[in-house]
Structure formats: structure tokens, C-alpha cells
Design a protein around this ligand. Sequence first.
Ligand code: F6P
Length: 486
Amino acid sequence: MDSFEGLKDLVHTKLRETLLVVASNREPYIHLYGEEGITEIRPPSGLVTALDPVMRAVGGVWVASNWDLQVEEERVQIPIANPSYTLRRIHLSKAQQDGFYYGFSNEMLWPLCHIVHIRPSFRRADWERYVEVNRLFAEAILEEIEDQNALVWVQDFHLALVPRLLKEARPDLLVGHFWHIPWPNPEAFRICPWKRELLEGLLAADLLGFHIRYHCDNFLKTVGMELEARVIDEVSAVQYQNHTTSVKPFPISIDYQGIKRDLQGPEVKDELGKIQKLFRKRREFLAVGVDRVDYTKGILERIQAIDRFLEKYHEYQGRFVYLGIGSPSRVHLHEYKRLWSDVLDLIETVNWRYRAEQYRPILFRDEHVSYPRILAYYMSADLALVSALHDGMNLVAKEFIVSQPEEDPGILILSQFTGVARELHEAILVNPYDTEVFADTIKTVLEMPKEERERRNRWLQEWIREHDIYWWASSFLNEMVSLKRG
Ligand code: F6P
């Protein structure tokens, strides 16, 4: 039985007569009205990339906040073309979006958990909105469940208080929480004025998941330092106020087989044709980078490394092009506006330095790029640059690998500060802060013999094939089921 069938079997046998509810801030689809009716776009979110295939496979309810101004219904069956699960939407007012999402989640928790030297902003009013919106989520989830048995799988840092709110109302519910971003060391976390409430919210869950063991260990140390709790290191669990929470790593992944099918589809082939025409004329070597434009992603460090690479190895000038796809993100926040302008400024400087007739070394696309086109870019590239300064996992790295052909594949240069670097041993790791070594690594990879690239690619593909998204979801849900039994 493959991992996809394994997950369906698990849900249909061990979770029979149990409603599966997923809750996240972000909706799995953005709906747009156009001349041809409604189109669904996948937002640039690792969480959505991972969980939408799972929900399509097993069904259930996904509770999310409603940012989608074009489709107002409270409940929608999605995906529209092939309805597989229910989306329950919570409408947030502008003040709630500001305080809960922009303020507390993205100006406080995000910089607190990512160690990239951006100071978190602590504002009581944002905290109050965060509490209010977490309550709205808990209420909507309980409404969906009514009096049924349910397993609730809460997602990410936006909803840290939801497990506690659910358990207070329905102690019999099975509640899991998956934290998609890093958990910092206890010294970094201890400055948060609402640390106790956040920890207590999470510790009401039966199972708390992180991507890697290191984040679990940081969490356990934080709890040991901040609460009068019993941390049981041998089994990686916490006992607090008569409740036990298991804390385990589950490295998130992607739909390996699904992407392989998409790569063979007509849309990707069509895009591939266009890209080949466009780039073959203009360059010998193509590097790609795909990110939300976020200060954790190391975009400036990547461009600095490209600059140094072209300066030091000038034989590559005119032959090497980097294509960056940057989805705008959290654009109302000061740090993101600043980053956006710094990125454009640096690209202009580097392009000016090396420009020649038709040649510009850096191309930057900041509009929405369709998924088939992104896959086609991956397939066409000689290397991908994932240079995050700190990242929970990073699924772009896995998507790039899966998109490579067996023969003459491209190579991944990967920041050692991503969660995925702990898994993808045959990627080429760099410290993105070390510009000189990063630049040298680009050269090494471009000159790597075909046999070595093929050997590395075989190992990486096999790893992701075995540890795909259905394997991830089954591991988490199986663990929850065993907790219920135990
Ligand atoms: O993948 C990690 C994550 O934090 C997701 O939770 C989130 O959806 C994503 O990054 C993108 O951020 P946002 O939802 O704020 O655009």
C-alpha cells in the first residue's frame, strides 16, 4: 500500500465516524472572478501546499479566516472543479486583521520565532485581537463539530490558543497542533510578555508537532524554564495541569506523485516550450529562486552572493542568469516594505554592474506566477537557490528536487538554517551569511560532473518519494490515534 492509500485507509478505519477538522489562518484557495467564471489560485504558503492534497484525499472541514472578497459564502465545497471537502470561513474585520494577523502574528510571533535580528513588536492591543480571533476560531470549530466525535488539527502560530479553548469546551475532543515555523531557544522566547498564555494554549493539545527534533527540544526547554510543568525527555512529553502533551517531530513534505503527474501534463509542457525559447537564447546557465518576499528568506544575501560570483568568476558574465520569483507578502508592514525596496535596489545595482547589450544577470518577477509555470522553471533550471536565514522547513527545496529529470538534473543549493537541510543530505549546504563561500558554491555546482548530479538527485528523489505529504499526515494522525488508545 503506498502512502496515499495508507492515509485513506487510516482515516477510514481508525478514524471511522470521526470528523476531521483542520484549522488555519490562511484559506487553501483564493477565488478570483474572471471572464471564464471563478478561478482558484493556490496561495504561496507551505501549509496550504502540504495540507490541501491531504484534505482532498480524506475529506472533512477546513476552518480558515476569510480574506477572499470575491466569494462571500460562509461554507464552500472545494476545490470548485472537484469538491472534496468543506471550507468554513470566518470573516475578520479590518481591525481584527490588523491586530491578529499583521500585528501579533507577523510583527510579534514571526520575528520572535525566526532568529533573523528583527525586533518583535509587543503591543497589548494586538494581543487582545489575537485572543479574540482565536476565540472566533474555537467557536466556529465547535459549531462545525456539533455533537460528533472529532479530531481537530490546528495549524501554526496564528492559532496557539485554540487547543485550550477547545478542550475547555469539549475535553473529549482529540486535538493536535502543528507549529509550521521554528521554535526558538528559551532565551529568545522568554522576552514575550504573553509567553505563559501561549504555552498554556499549546499544552492543552494532545499532540504538538514541529518539523524537526531541534524545535521540539527548544520547546521542551522553554516549558521547563517558564512553567511548573513536568518535562519527560525520555518520551518527549510534558505533563501540565493533569494533562499530557506529546511533543514530536514530523518533517512536512509535498505530494511527490501528484507533482510527477503534473510535470507530465500539457500545461507544464506548454510552459516549458515557452521558457526554452525565451532562455536558451539568453543564457547558458539558469538559476531559480521562488519565495514569498520575506526577510527570513535570505533574498538579499542570495543576490549579494550572485554579485560576488559574477565579480570573482567573470567568465560567467553574460552566460549566467538568475530568475527570482517573489510573491508579495504582508506588504502593509514596514519591514516588508523596506525589504521590497532593498531587493529592487540591489537588483538594479547588480544588473547595472554586469549589463551588456541584451544581458541582465537578474530577472525578477513579482506578479502571480501560475503553478505549472513554476514547475516549468524548476525543470529548466541548472540550480535552485534556497537561502533562508531561518526557516521551519521550506517546501520550495523539495518541489525543485522532485521536478528534476533523472538525466542531467539541476542541483539545489540550500541554506543550512532551514529545517529541510536536516533531511536533504545530498543537497549542497551553505551559510547564506557567508557571501564568499556562497559565491564559490555557485561555481562548484555549475561545474559539478553530470554523474555526481545524477547520483545526488537519485538519493534526494528517493527520500522525498518515501517521505511525502501522505506519509507526513499519516505519521501525525497515527500518533494521535495511538494517544487516544493509550
Ligand atoms: O509555511 C509557514 C507559514 O507561516 C504558513 O503558516 C503561512 O501560511 C505561510 O508561511 C505564508 O504566510 P502568510 O500566510 O502570512 O502569507
